[in-house]
Design a protein around this ligand. Structure first.
Ligand code: SF4
Length: 362
């Protein structure tokens, strides 16, 4: 007679109560969940870990999210924007080291100078690498026209984390003003998908006020949105932010870490052929955090290629690792001994089969 979890894992489709049961399975049962997720990953997207060389372009942000160290009102960080030469140099390092893809991330900025410059950079990187380097953007909420211009310039993936798919929870972790509208963010996500990008989103796990039901609904939200990529990480306090003080109800970091592993495993089991990031936030809590996330179904890592002297200015949360330059003999920084059977996918964009499948349905 199969256990409760085994019979749920055998199902083809999962409803909210199944997701809740997977989220709340016992510590003894959890390895079964993780093994299933890893097997689904191997079957649907292969046993490769793909690389996205991360370039943190600027920490100047017009927004004031209550959890983020890069927020507008944090005057304790030194503001910076990389020069175009620095961005191109980082991209060329990624190309030389055969990363296959880069991800350009920044605080949110919709100024004409910013939008024009990103377009110029995307075109330049495509040209200089002969189109060999895939380009992901994570540059926040923009207009339909801006998303289109960057797409036409050659970016093909866009990551915009919803952070919390419950409107009420979203409102509790963002200021109550027009700049932080849940519905505007949702609209942006739809426009990104309509523009043609491989579309990624994700949530923070272990936010104050978050319940298991919120997390189950986050999984359903991502499934129903039919996302191509998922980036989730544990919430980690930053002391220069309103949510930076650890509340008495907050989960311990290790609990958030374990819950994130479960969220990764569940989204893999449910969405099968998407790309899932093993986030650097996991590594902040556990030095082998990314390897553990990969063992639970993730398949993408984002080694930091931002010039080292700027990195202290891009601490969205505290304790973020990655101050070292990328080590040419181990560009992913992963310990593959912790992940038997996995290989590094180099020199390839590492696109999701899900994206192609989604397009063929449209
Ligand atoms: S989470 Fe993003 S939009 Fe919000 S303050 Fe931080 S960098 Fe800006």
């Amino acid at each position: 007679m199969p256990s409760g979890l085994s019979s749920i894992l055998e199902k083809k489709d999962h409803d909210r109560s199944d997701i809740l049961a997977m989220l709340q399975c016992s510590e003894e049962e959890a390895p079964l969940l993780y093994r299933k997720a890893a097997a689904v990953r191997d079957r649907y997207v292969g046993n490769h870990v793909y690389l996205r060389g991360l370039i943190e372009y600027s920490n100047i942000c017009g927004k004031n999210c209550l959890y983020c160290g890069v927020r507008r009102d944090n005057s304790r960080i030194q503001k910076y924007t990389l020069t175009n030469d620095e961005v191109i140099e980082a991209a060329m390092t990624a190309h030389k080291l055969n990363f296959g893809s880069i991800a350009i991330q920044s605080g949110e900025n919709s100024s004409k100078v910013f939008v024009d410059n990103i377009e110029e950079l995307v075109r330049a990187i495509r040209k200089l690498t002969g189109g060999e380097l895939g380009i992901t953007l994570s540059l926040g909420e923009q207009t339909r026209e801006t998303y289109r211009r960057w797409y036409e310039a050659g970016a093909h993936r866009y990551l915009l984390r919803i952070e919390a798919s419950s409107e009420s929870l979203y409102r509790r972790v963002h200021p109550e003003d027009e700049m932080h509208s849940f519905y505007h963010r949702l609209d942006c996500l739809r426009v990104i998908q309509e523009t043609g990008y491989q579309t990624g989103t994700g949530v923070m796990v272990g936010l104050p006020y978050q319940t298991m039901t919120h997390l189950a609904d986050d999984i359903i939200f991502m499934r129903d949105f039919d996302i191509d990529m998922c980036g989730m990480g544990p919430f980690i306090e930053h002391s220069d932010t309103p949510l930076g003080v650890r509340g008495t109800d907050n989960l311990f970091l290790r609990e958030r870490f374990n819950l994130t592993l479960r969220m990764i495993a569940i989204i893999r089991i449910i969405m099968k052929d998407i790309n899932i990031v093993a986030s650097t936030a996991m590594q902040t809590i556990d030095p082998a955090g990314r390897e553990k996330a990969i063992s639970c179904g993730a398949n993408v890592v984002m080694p930091n290629l931002t010039p080292a002297r700027y990195r202290a200015g891009y601490l969205i949360y505290e304790g973020k690792p990655g101050y070292r330059e990328v080590n040419e003999t181990n560009i992913s920084g992963l310990n593959f001994e912790h992940m038997p059977g996995m290989t590094l996918g180099r020199g390839t964009w590492g696109d999701t089969p899900h994206y192609r499948r989604r397009l063929s349905k449209e």
